[in-house]
Design a protein around this ligand. Sequence first.
Ligand code: XIL
Length: 379
Amino acid sequence: MLSVDPQFRIGNIWSGLPCRYLAALMRRRCTELAWGSLLAFAAVGALACTGSSSSREVTPIPENTLRNAAARRGLLVGAAVDSDALTTERDYADVLAREYNAVTPENVMKWMHIHPDRGRYDFTAADALVTFAQQHGMEVRGHTLVWHSYNPAWLEQGSWTRDEAIAELLNHISTVVGRYRGQVGQWDVVNEAIAHDGTLRDSVWLRTIGPDYIGLAFQFAHDADPAARLYYNDYSIEAPGAKQDAVFELVRSLRDGGAPIDGVGFQGHIESVTAPSEATLTASLGRFAQAGFAVAITELDVRVSVPANETMLTRQAAVYQSVLAACLATPRCGAFVTWGFTDRHSWVPAFFKRRGEALPFDTQLQPKDAYRALVKELQ
Ligand code: XIL
């Protein structure tokens, strides 16, 4: 649940000081400090940096980033990543690595991308993202193994017996999770299996296997990487209602039936003006946490009417802050992930009419009020 950023070795105030920064600070301060304080400082620094190469020349990274503020609170702060932007836009990659300690592939681990033909997997983009995360000490949240959407035609249109469908599911999950064993810390195993009215959503899996496809998926994922934390992930469960009740019953019965499920992801695709209050969200997260589940905010964006004015962006910032506050108030809420981070690349304008500007950085990668509100809440 805690940040796994390898730069941070101990879980106290020092854990917020990246070793690279500490090393640079020590070099600069050597002449200024009295020897006594220097020795104490060096001892703590050495402890904090155990295992890292402190002799390398490194550029200090700014201390007041979202990432550093989150690490001090033991929180993963992540963003969904557009893999095309990551490879073609240097500024996009720079801000991502500077500000976040976790990534979620926005699309490249979905079935259609990673398993485009029967028996053929394409790991190119997913591998690149995992490598990027490792190079920058970031956690990876894998997304997603089983969904009703983004499936290739061969899967959707095949005529499968129940046993054949189970075999395909097992092959996919064991291959994908197995490839990233030890490298992807958390998986959204099953995504959006519940419809708005609380019934099981129609999908190729429900039609071919029946309701127990969900438990099977968790078991297959666990078998492929027993150390990975496994999540059920869904939207519109931030406030009480039929859907939240159905998700609650689903995950409880899965666990009671022995399925290896660790947590529940609250996607959080929110319309700014109708956002749930902090109290509502805290109660919703708490409902699952008290029942023994880890929880996470997995896909937050806060859309507004476009073009946005200052009032809307102020309100948006308050919504971001209250969602983070609800997560921080819930001891089992270990990750706060937004669906993208810059308005330059967001699914919102394409999926919601006349809505956009939903993320904490603008199209020029400048921090918005929402970003400042998040840093403030963490401090
Ligand atoms: C979205 C992506 O952002 C889009 O690029 C893609 O075209 C469709 O999927 N819930 C989820 C995500 O779990 O995987 C979805 O991502 C957004 C809604």
